[in-house]
Design a binder for this molecule. Structure first.
Ligand code: TYM
Length: 331
């Protein structure tokens, strides 16, 4: 019998989840649970690479788990856990640090961007961020990693490290492949449609958070930056704001970009913005209700976290043991 391929992905709780996270990663993560063995983590250790308030980190770890469940990640069909509950992640990361060149880590654009944004806290963890991410993936011998475009460079590095290790010793790691969606692998800020929509953007008006109430979502969509024309047309280069809105609409309305374009062909920009906003609000209404129910039930969330960590630990420790033996550590 064919063994199912393995999928791993993670999201880091440095800010609240956004529709960028949903479109770029979570949607694919849900779809893939039908055909693959999927493991999904809340990357809480990665959060420590930026300044974060302990109480907020703790709250968001629960929030992320509740959202994972509320958007349809079924714990019977996939393994959901917190990264820090499986110590093998940090342990393998150390080994992989020793197989990653300083120059390789230094070239990572996210490291450069984050260092420039917070020059007072360019810590060693931020530098080693991609090796922890490689450890996350390689521990589970993941074949596929669903992510947004911004993570592909980190994934390339994970592949390089895996190949280097396999060549030096013997085949140990599966070389993973990044999977980005056909559309929406990069969703842009509503306030600046040339910049990525991020969890920690300075301008919160540009980011739609899954936790935003309907009025807040609508207000942000109504204020979305567009252009000085009046035609609704998908044209990323010349009309990034309109194109971003059409992409968002097409994902949540479940139609193609062409269909979205046709639906709004004779609309003015205000009608488009309202239409996209209403569609997103409707989509998240039941999800927010389910999130509210789950977040009130900490014991259940902790049970899911524990079951997930037990399953993940078993798999992770098998790989870690193999790695320790290969590099010459006494077992
Ligand atoms: P993070 O938490 O920044 O983002 C989580 C996922 O959401 C995607 N994403 C986007 N996609 C499209 N448009 C956007 N505006 C947008 N913003 C975010 C990201 O590409 C990502 O897939 N380093 C990772 C977390 C991580 C990880 C891993 C991912 C830790 N270990 C192992 C995969 C495998 C991160 O910071 O993602």
């Amino acid at each position: 019998m064919d063994e199912k391929k393995i999928v791993f992905s993670a999201l880091k709780p440095t800010g609240d989840l956004t529709i960028g996270n949903y479109i770029g990663a979570l949607k694919n993560m849900i779809d893939m649970t039908n055909d693959y063995d999927c493991l999904y983590a809340v990357a809480d250790l990665h959060s420590l690479t930026v300044d974060c308030v302990p109480a907020e980190l703790r709250k968001r770890s629960y929030d992320f788990m509740a959202f994972f469940l509320a958007i349809g990640l079924d714990p019977k069909k996939c393994t959901l856990f917190l990264q820090s509950h499986v110590p093998a992640h940090a342990e393998l990361a150390w080994i992989l640090n020793c197989f990653t060149q300083f120059g390789e880590a230094k070239r990572m654009t996210q490291f450069k961007d984050k260092s420039a944004k917070a020059p007072q806290n360019v810590n060693v963890g931020l530098f080693a961020y991609p090796t922890l991410m490689a450890a996350d993936i390689l521990l589970y011998k993941a074949d596929y990693v669903p992510v947004g475009k911004d993570q592909l460079q980190h994934l390339e590095l994970a592949r390089t490290i895996a190949e280097r290790f396999n060549n030096k010793y013997s085949p140990t790691f599966v070389v993973p492949e990044g999977i980005t969606g056909k559309k929406g692998s990069k969703i842009y800020s509503l306030a600046d449609p040339t910049a990525k929509m991020g969890k920690t953007d300075d301008n919160a008006n540009g980011t739609i958070f899954l936790l935003d109430d309907p009025d807040t979502m609508m207000r942000k969509f109504r204020r979305a930056v567009t252009d000085s024309e009046t035609v609704v047309r998908y044209d990323v280069k010349n009309k990034p704001g309109i194109s971003n809105l059409l992409t968002i609409y097409s994902v949540f309305a479940g139609c193609s970009i062409e269909e979205a374009e046709a639906r709004f062909a004779s609309s003015d920009y205000a009608t488009l913005k309202n239409g996209v906003g209403e569609c997103v609000v409707e989509f998240f209404k039941p999800i927010r209700a389910e999130y509210n129910r789950l977040i009130a039930d900490k014991a259940y969330l902790e049970e899911i976290m524990k079951q997930g960590a037990d399953k993940a630990s078993y798999l992770a420790n098998k790989t870690l043991s193999k790695v320790y033996r290969k590099v010459g550590l006494v077992r």
